[in-house]
Design a protein around this ligand. Structure first.
Ligand code: ATP
Ligand code: MG
Length: 342
């Protein structure tokens, strides 16, 4: 008799723009891999607003509460109507405090052999967005004020996540990124807690630090000096796009949002409305995110098979979507990946 592994319930969010195209591609490839997911499809973003009157419908939240696991296409925040970013709300709703963004060379381009993992604090800093204007004279918006907040507990929690990740993935060095020479309190506290946590890992994982501006430059000049980056929310947002650029751009950049009880996997890119519906979106960011999801549920061999198929399809079969300089459609690339897995 055949022994069937139990399926793992997971929420599937097609999202907006190119979302449904890349999500369909990812599901087809995961099916070919015989990945153990049992999908619960849920709408969000503009699609959620149109179908259920909310960019983050209660059905979606209930599904994620139940599964603790999601694969998510990009969500557009509807313009007007005063909606806050659906992505930010989703992170907050499930306290997804860690954003993990690996950047690894798959197609040799401007740089080769890049292998950096960026860990971004996902809930604090300037993203709390306590913003307001102050009036001067008859100008009600003469001054713009924004306050960030980093908590000691939040800083410690993300630092500990980074060190545990390093141990688990056999990484040796973490560079904490800050601006403690100017934002002495906000980013100084983050740096201080990273150093405190580092003491618990002495001799196993090394910690050094960079001021964000210097780090941005050094990533261009000599990215190979970096192993892992530990960043506050805003700096992590910026530098994760930079490291995506080092390895071929947004079409190859996966991300994971991790909390205590819930993990949501996504492409780093947005909904790309300029190419939506044209069948040329690159599904590999979301597929690489699916690979992270397989690692997360304890199927790293399946994740490796997926990564290997992606590598061979790009480099041996030379099948690439236009963003990588090729002529293949989303469908061509998906079929080629499925062939490689057969
Ligand atoms: P959003 O408002 O949802 O963030 P955006 O306009 O900022 O959307 P992004 O999705 O962030 O667009 O993409 C920026 C650029 O990169 C766009 O020109 C888009 O076409 C391109 N791009 C992004 N993702 C992909 C992809 N998966 N395949 C091909 N091109 C992509
Ligand atoms: Mg964008």
């Amino acid at each position: 008799t055949i022994q069937h592994k139990a399926l793992i319930p997971a929420t599937l969010i097609p999202g907006d723009g190119i979302g449904p195209e890349v999500v369909n591609a990812a599901v087809a490839v995961l099916d070919a891999l015989k990945a153990p997911f049992e999908w619960d499809m849920q709408l969000a973003g503009v699609a959620g607003l149109q179908a259920k009157g909310d960019p983050l419908p209660e059905d979606l939240l209930a599904s994620i509460r139940r599964t603790g696991l999601a694969l998510k296409g990009p969500l557009t925040t509807p313009i007007g109507g005063g909606f806050r970013s659906a992505n930010v709300r989703l992170r907050e709703a499930f306290s997804l405090y860690a954003n993990v963004r690996p950047a690894r060379t798959i197609v040799p381009g401007r740089y080769e052999n890049i292998d950096i993992v960026l860990i971004r604090e996902n809930l604090e800093g300037f993203y709390v967005a306590h913003e307001h204007y102050l009036p001067i004279g008859d100008d009600p918006r003469a001054v713009a004020i924004s306050a960030g907040a980093n908590t000691r507990e939040g800083s410690r929690r993300i630092a500990r996540y980074a060190f545990e990740y390093a141990l688990k993935h056999n990484r040796k060095k973490i560079t904490v990124v800050h601006k403690a020479n100017v934002l002495k309190i906000l980013t100084g506290l983050f740096l201080e807690e990273a150093r405190n946590v580092a003491r618990e890992y002495e001799g196993r994982v090394q910690l050094d630090d960079r001021i964000v501006d210097a780090c941005a430059m050094q990533l261009v000049l000599n990215p190979w000096q970096f192993d892992m980056l530990l960043c506050t929310n805003l700096f992590g947002d910026i530098l994760s796009d930079e490291i995506a650029g080092l390895v071929g751009g947004l079409g190859l950049a996966p991300g994971a949002n991790i909390g205590k009880d819930v993990a949501i996997f996504e492409a780093v890119h947005g909904s790309a409305p300029d190419i939506a519906g044209r069948g040329i979106a690159n599904p590999l960011s979301l597929l690489l995110a699916s690979g992270l999801m397989l690692d997360h549920v304890g199927e790293p061999e399946m994740g490796d098979r997926l990564r290997k198929a992606i590598h061979l399809t790009l480099n041996e079969d030379n099948i690439k979507t236009p963003d990588l300089g090729g002529k293949a459609s989303t469908r061509d690339l998906t079929q080629a990946l499925i062939q490689r897995l057969a």
